[in-house]
Design a protein. Structure first.
Length: 416
């Protein structure tokens, strides 16, 4: 079972403020930055794949997780300071990484701990290693990191005097220049269609969850999506079938992570419709879903590239159902909901593009549970938070084991 301390430590990224020495028109937190970075990485990576290159998405997903873990521990240390440490005081930088690693020793399973250790030990060499797939994947992730930082600077620039920003802008532009050979990044920097898509998705940063009640900390829809993606990545490691660990094929792990990252994408154009409203009538949930799909096709699909539009629509359609994707005789693809045992025993192959949608739903509910419980424990409560927490717990009493995961046990451990 996922360690409660790890989940709550990851949740702290919602409270880590960014750009605190500048005027900010909205709250800019570390979880939101991590989310936008992975959206940008997906877009840049897909352009590379379209150009015949191979992206190691498995490496990239865990790298984004490890980057966040490190940032949480070093929240008060600005990136330029870390860069100076790495370049001018390499031995101290190694010791700092070892200090970070030790903080997580009792929160991570052995395999994950050693993967984190290897990632930190690689330092900058992890971007210039012998594996060409990881080399390219790391460049894509770094490019996305620099681009998402630049986007934050652009968004706060309207509130700050130019004299405060000139040096920062020069440094970011200098950092991003080595990655401009990546086609997806070039298109983002040139404000072409991928940039328009990012702009739409960025709107999820401005939308606050549980908008009808005060809450600490506030969480955005976009940050929530990345929290759900990371939690999904951890949950699949806990899944067991007949007591045995499930070995997920690469496409299944990729689909689970990015289905989670994009699961609230329709809200970029529909805004958040809270659950009580969606469930006001028996027919309303289905109607709302149809309306969401229609608006997405009208407002978002035209901004997507042909080589990933079908994949994103697959992520966001029936997003909480276990499903596979099959090719029809006419060359089109269709989605089919399947039982989890079949997903593991029959369809656990890249060719079926399997998705553990119900695991994404568990992660989504776990996020909501922590959001409510955390605020209540901070002394900021309301009937909405209490009923939301109680309703989530009751929901899983009926089916405590889902997709091979002890959901009830996990949820009770987190709030106790």
């Amino acid at each position: 079972m996922i360690d409660k301390r790890l989940i709550l430590k990851i949740f702290e990224a919602f409270s880590i403020q960014r750009w605190t020495d500048l005027v900010r028109p909205f709250e800019i937190v570390e979880m939101d930055k991590a989310a936008e970075k992975m959206v940008a990485a997906y877009i840049i990576g897909k352009f590379e794949e379209q150009n015949g290159k191979k992206i190691d998405w498995n490496w990239m997903m865990y790298a984004s997780f490890f980057d966040l873990l490190k940032k949480i521990m070093l929240c008060d240390m600005k990136s330029p300071v870390q860069k100076m440490l790495r370049c001018d005081y390499p031995l101290e930088y190694i010791k700092l990484n070892e200090w970070v690693l030790e903080r997580y020793r009792n929160m991570l399973d052995d395999e994950l701990f050693h993967a984190f250790k290897a990632y930190l030990a690689g330092g900058e060499t992890r971007y210039t290693g012998d594996n060409p797939d990881i080399f390219l994947s790391s460049r894509v992730l770094r490019a996305a990191h620099k681009f998402s930082t630049l986007r934050e600077l652009e968004m706060i620039s309207i509130m700050n005097e130019e004299a405060r920003l000139t040096k920062i802008r020069q440094e970011i532009n200098e950092d991003i220049r080595p990655y401009l050979d990546l086609e997806g990044l070039k298109r983002l920097m040139a404000h072409e269609r991928p940039f328009e898509l990012i702009m739409k998705i960025e709107q999820l940063r401005f939308q606050t969850r549980w908008n009808q009640t005060p809450r600490i900390p506030k969480t955005s829809v976009l940050g929530h999506c990345f929290f759900v993606a990371i939690t999904t990545l951890l949950l699949v490691r806990d899944a067991r079938i007949d007591g045995k660990e499930v070995k997920y094929c690469d496409k299944r792990l990729f689909n689970d992570f990015f289905s989670a990252l994009f699961h609230d994408l329709p809200e970029a154009v529909t805004r958040d419709i809270i659950s009580p409203v969606k469930q006001a009538t028996d027919g309303l949930p289905g109607i709302v879903k149809c309306i969401e799909d229609e608006i997405v096709k009208k407002d978002l699909v035209p901004l997507m590239e042909d080589f990933f539009v079908d994949e994103i629509l697959y992520f966001t359609s029936d997003e909480f159902e276990n499903r596979i994707r099959t090719k029809e005789l006419d060359g089109s693809f269709s989605s089919e909901n399947v039982e989890w045992n079949d997903l593991c025993e029959i369809y656990n192959k890249n060719e079926y593009s399997p998705v553990d949608g119900k695991t994404v739903r568990i992660a989504d509910h776990l996020s909501a549970l922590i959001e409510a419980d955390s605020s209540i424990k901070h002394g900021i409560t309301s009937s909405h938070l209490v009923s939301g927490k109680e309703g989530t717990m009751k929901h899983y009493l009926k089916t405590p084991i889902i997709n091979g995961i002890d959901v009830a046990g996990l949820f009770y451990s987190v709030i106790e």
